[in-house]
Ligand binder design. Structure first.
Ligand code: ARG
Length: 598
């Protein structure tokens, strides 16, 4: 079923066509319930075109608007806003139509997959290999996973691409360092034992920074790697495997699914990119492709150097080497031509804004990406330490992501241990259960906190805040879910077995408010899938749980378990069930698990 917003938008479009006005329906949810549930702002824009007063146009739209099955009589307000208020009967019928949760299968809460499914490539996580993942890799992993989940839920085919950096100078450096420290391994690569990759990397990097000759050697070694030297490749592979093994420990912990397809995967594709560009340059097919100081370049237009000269994207350096742009152009070709993706999403920090702007503009300019393909950079801000400074260890090094996650889990365990006083309850948690819950709460808190911030803004990693049971946090949301589920247990009903034919009754203001909020989930999903902004979903879930609290509040709300009549009891329990299901699904789309008892 389409969201209410889509249904109402169609009705407005209909009314506009009846008055021969071509314009967008401009319907949006109202900010304030005083003005109804939805507000149409089309009249103001049309008034000029039609040479009438906005209120007059609004009246004309209303006269031709057929919404009596969905809304109360529309009201015109202010300069010409049209306010629409949903009829309780429509809200009740829409919710009543949602089938009960299926036994065993995943609960889609009545949502069908979209009709126009696409192939989407989501570029997520994508650390540079050779070190362990550090705190800077959290956001891309968590945001990417959420975006992929939402798109998958909508029925799109999603390729979760872990575009790891495995083809750069850092590998030349590692191999060169090995040559100096363990010369025998170069003769017999099978005998390689890396040991602690992190300290090996740090030692190699120290030499790299201090020793010009070693730096040159490292660069030459990476060229040899890229040209296919078999021994170097073997060692390189061992380094990659070891590094990826670390990464996948984190992915397993976070339950994030992805496919490793790093820069090296596109080695042949990069040659192809240069061949194609050379042909374009030679044939003059596109004047965007030109040599500049011996480097093969694409000039996308619209970008300038500090001196105001056209700024190119260098695709093959003067020394013949490939770079980040080369691999990203090859990646685009792969995703568009081989995967047939029509939506390419890059979950990468905001510091790479210009790279993606130039990349996208170049790919369009040279005709490799057509109108039918969307290119999106989900640029996110930095993760800062609690004090608002860049994240560093006391010694000034990078903080491992693993350290951060372990700390969150440990802190969550502390909170649980405190609240779970074994001597007081018969059903105290077993140590295994505590472990599992600490994991779910700790990791859930980290993910939720990250996703609840607007993408582009920086945020401070504050465990106290993210583990707080009050406010827009994972523990609060998990608690809200567990509380709703516990109502079912107290009422001794199986939510899944509540009669789907029983009517939903919306007489009390808090019942109606809750029902409307649940109904809005469809719209929220559409918005998140369109704009790829996870915080829209966290905000919604938070509002939903607060609306539920008012509904269940002893003073403000209604009685559920001991409702006035059996009919009301069933209706209210169904509202509880729907709330729990939406919370669970919503959290699942954020990559967060729920707990039945808390
Ligand atoms: N490895 C890169 C980095 O750590 C991020 C890669 C993002 N994906 C891409 N297709 N460029 O900065």
């Amino acid at each position: 079923m389409n969201s209410t917003l889509i249904q109402l938008t169609a009705r407005i479009a209909d009314a506009l066509s009846k008055i021969d006005a071509t314009g967008a329906p401009m319907l949006q949810p109202s900010q304030d319930p005083k003005f109804g549930d939805y507000q149409c702002n089309a009249a103001m824009g049309l008034a000029k075109k039609l040479g009438k007063k906005p209120r007059e146009v609004a009246q004309q739209i209303v006269d031709n608007l057929n919404v009596s099955d969905l809304c109360e009589t529309p009201e015109i307000a202010g300069p010409g806003f049209i306010n629409l208020r949903l009829k309780p009967a429509f809200v009740a019928a829409s919710l009543a139509a949602i089938p009960s949760a299926p036994d065993g299968a995943t609960d889609r809460v009545g949502f069908d997959p979209v009709d126009n499914a696409e192939v989407v490539a989501v570029d997520l996580s994508s650390p540079n290999l050779a070190k362990e993942m550090h705190v800077g890799h959290l956001r891309s992993t968590v945001i990417g996973d959420c975006v992929a989940r939402v798109l998958e839920f909508q029925g799109h085919t999603v390729h979760r691409e872990n575009h790891v950096g495995d083809w750069g100078t850092q590998f030349g450096m590692l191999v060169a360092y090995l040559r100096h420290t363990q010369p025998d391994v170069i003769k017999d690569p099978d005998s390689l034992e890396i040991g602690d990759l992190e300290s090996f990397y740090v030692a190699a990097k120290a030499r790299f920074d201090a020793d010009e000759e070693f730096k040159t050697e490292s660069r030459e070694t990476v060229v040899a790697l890229q040209q296919g030297d078999p021994v170097i490749r073997k060692i390189w592979q061992a380094f990659c495997n070891e590094s990826l093994r670390h990464c996948h420990e984190i992915y397993d912990l976070l339950k994030v699914d992805l496919i490793d397809r790093g820069e090296s995967f596109y080695a042949a594709g990069m040659e192809d990119v240069c061949d194609r560009l050379e042909k374009m340059r030679n044939s003059g097919e596109s004047d965007a492709v030109q040599d500049s100081d011996g480097a093969l370049c694409v000039f996308p237009g619209g970008f300038t150097t500090r001196d105001g000269d056209p700024l190119p994207m260098i695709v093959r350096k003067t020394d013949g080497g490939h770079n980040y742009a080369t691999s990203d152009l090859a990646t685009i070709l792969h995703r568009v031509e081989k995967m047939n993706a029509t939506r390419l999403v890059y979950v990468v920090g905001i510091t790479q804004k210009q790279h993606f702007e130039m990349l996208f503009a170049s790919a369009r300019k040279i005709g490799w990406v057509g109108e039918n393909v969307r290119l999106e950079h989900l640029a996110f801000g930095s993760l800062l330490s609690k004090t608002g400074r860049p994240f560093k260890t006391r010694e000034g090094g990078t903080v491992k992501l693993r350290t951060l996650l372990d700390e969150a889990i440990a802190r969550a365990r502390g909170v649980i241990d405190k609240s779970d006083d074994a001597s007081k309850y018969d059903d105290a948690l077993s140590p295994d259960e505590i472990d599992r819950i600490a994991n779910v709460v700790g990791l859930g808190a980290v993910k939720y906190f990250d996703l609840s911030h607007a993408l582009a803004s920086d945020y401070k990693f504050d465990l106290d805040h993210m583990l707080n049971l009050e406010g827009n946090t994972a523990p609060y949301m998990m608690y809200a879910y567990a509380r709703v589920r516990s109502i079912g247990r107290k009422a001794e009903v199986d939510f899944a077995k509540l009669p789907a034919s029983a009517p939903i009754i919306l007489e009390h203001a808090t019942e109606l408010a809750l029902a409307k909020k649940i109904l809005r989930f469809a719209e929220i999903l559409d918005t998140v899938a369109r704009d790829l902004r996870p915080n829209v979903l966290t905000d919604y879930l938070y509002e939903l749980s607060r609306t539920f609290s008012r509904f269940y509040d002893k003073k403000l709300g209604v009685r559920v378990i001991n409702a006035e009549t059996a009919e009301l009891r069933t209706s209210r329990l169904r509202l509880c069930d729907l709330t729990a299901r939406v919370l669970k699904l919503g959290l699942d789309l954020l990559g967060i698990e729920t707990i039945e008892k808390m």
